[in-house]
Design a protein around this ligand. Structure first.
Ligand SMILES: NC(=O)c1ccc[n+]([C@@H]2O[C@H](COP(=O)([O-])OP(=O)(O)OC[C@H]3O[C@@H](n4cnc5c(N)ncnc54)[C@H](O)[C@@H]3O)[C@@H](O)[C@H]2O)c1
Ligand SMILES: O=C(O)C(=O)C[C@@H](O)[C@H](O)[C@H](O)COP(=O)(O)O
Ligand SMILES: [Zn+2]
Length: 368
């Protein structure tokens, strides 16, 4: 097992990465402060991993909410199921919520922990690659609104992240690729060497080679932890973790939550950000090509949906959380391996990017 730390003074916490960690009782209870545990998961993950986890927590009062699976349920209405369950089972302020699942479960359980009785402990038990490398780390929690992604939420850090790599065995290939999109993001925004490592080692990741996977998770978490430690609440720097997301969130909202996976929308969004960066002469045509090629090799979409017009994008991007005084701010590349945040966006170049990155109507949507 490897352990990293997210360094946030008195709210610092460990990220444990290793095999079979969900079978390690001592590790799981190390961060539980009293005798109540509340597990939030979904109806896909529950049959795979919930019974063994409950059994391991013998001696604790363990209650659960099993949410319906899917991004389309990441909303306030479904969130209420967690509060109902917590109250019905009389969980008090010293309870510990465990989020057993991917980013949807983690974001919702984390937000429930932030709100329930004004804040209780929670532990992230991520079960997708995406949640291990990104959503379980850094304390962004929340739910979607029909008008925009993650529009209601809180910054709320967990007590610990326990990433059991063995559960990735059951992850569907499409979900593995979606996670690789966020892994590639770290190479683009802050770690050119890691980008080059990914160019060489992608086949091992797609084959789920344990050594390659463990390295990718560790390197991604190190990159994210460094940014979060410097700017926990996104006053500035942290926005680089949003590369591709202004475009990507617009795609997710426009297409209907869950139609494009988050990682897929981010992949197409990162191509759009890279394309615009190239038009601004920050990266070369060859570097743009390398980015597109790597995403394609990871079986990720590299074009926006044909059904989305530039106006659709502009409208949806206008509600992005990075907008200040009505002005769009975008994360772009200043070079391969380095990002910048700018509101100085050449509208003509942005229009060229929309045109260049739009799929034709014969392109099959992801997952088809
Ligand atoms: N908080 C953050 O910083 C942050 C960062 C990135 C993404 N996100 C959010 O995370 C969400 C995406 O997360 P995700 O990609 O993990 O999707 P997800 O949570 O929907 O999980 C993907 C699918 O895989 C299934 N699954 C999960 N683990 C499995 C396993 N081990 N075996 C078999 N099936 C399994 C799930 O049931 C689901 O169907 C989005 O809502 C996104 O906005 C948040
Ligand atoms: O942790 C962050 O900060 C991120 O931006 C990570 C993103 O991958 C993630 O999708 C996040 O939820 C997006 O945040 P939002 O503030 O744009 O909703
Ligand atoms: Zn993301």
């Amino acid at each position: 097992m490897q352990t990293l730390t997210v360094d946030l003074a008195d709210r610092s916490y460990p990220i444990h990465i290793g095999e079979q960690l969900l079978k390690n009782r001592e590790l799981l209870v190390r961060h539980v402060r009293a005798k109540q545990v509340y597990i939030v998961t979904n109806d896909t993950i529950a049959p795979l991993y919930l019974p063994a986890l409950i059994e391991l927590l013998d001696g604790y009062q363990v209650d659960t909410t099993v949410l319906p699976d899917g991004e389309s349920f990441k909303n306030l209405e479904t969130l209420n199921q967690i509060f109902d369950g917590l109250l019905e089972a009389r969980h008090n302020r010293t309870t510990t919520i465990m989020a057993l699942g991917g980013g949807v479960v983690g974001d919702m359980a984390g937000f429930a922990a932030a709100c329930y009785q004004r804040g209780v402990d929670f532990i992230q038990l991520p079960t997708t690659l995406l949640s291990m490398v990104d959503s379980s780390v850094g304390g962004k929690t929340g739910v979607n609104h029909r008008l925009g992604k993650n529009m209601i939420g809180a910054f709320y850090q967990p007590q610990a992240v326990i990433a059991d790599m063995s559960v990735l065995e059951s992850l569907p290939p499409r979900e593995l690729s979606a996670g690789i999109a966020e892994v590639i993001k770290y190479g683009l925004i802050s770690d050119r060497e890691f980008f080059e490592w990914l160019e060489s080692n992608l086949p091992d990741l797609l084959a789920r080679d344990p050594k390659a996977m463990a390295y990718a998770v560790k390197r991604s978490c190190e990159n994210k932890a460094q940014v979060v430690a410097r700017d926990e609440r996104e006053g500035g720097l942290r926005a680089i973790l949003n590369l591709g997301h202004t475009f990507g969130h617009a795609i997710e909202t426009h297409q209907g939550y869950g139609v494009w996976l988050h990682g897929e929308a981010v992949a197409a969004g990162m191509v759009m950000a890279a394309d615009l960066s190239h038009r601004r002469e920050a990266i070369t045509a060859d570097e743009l090509d390398r980015i597109v090629r790597l995403l394609e090799r990871a079986h990720l979409p590299v074009k926006a949906p044909a059904s989305m017009t530039p106006d659709d994008f502009l409208q949806l991007m206008g509600v992005d959380k990075k907008v200040v005084d009505g002005r769009l701010r975008l994360v772009l590349l200043s070079k391969l391996g380095e990002a910048l945040i700018t509101s100085d966006i050449e509208q003509d170049l942005l229009q060229e990017t929309f045109a260049a990155c739009r799929a034709d109507e014969h392109t099959a949507p992801p997952g088809a």
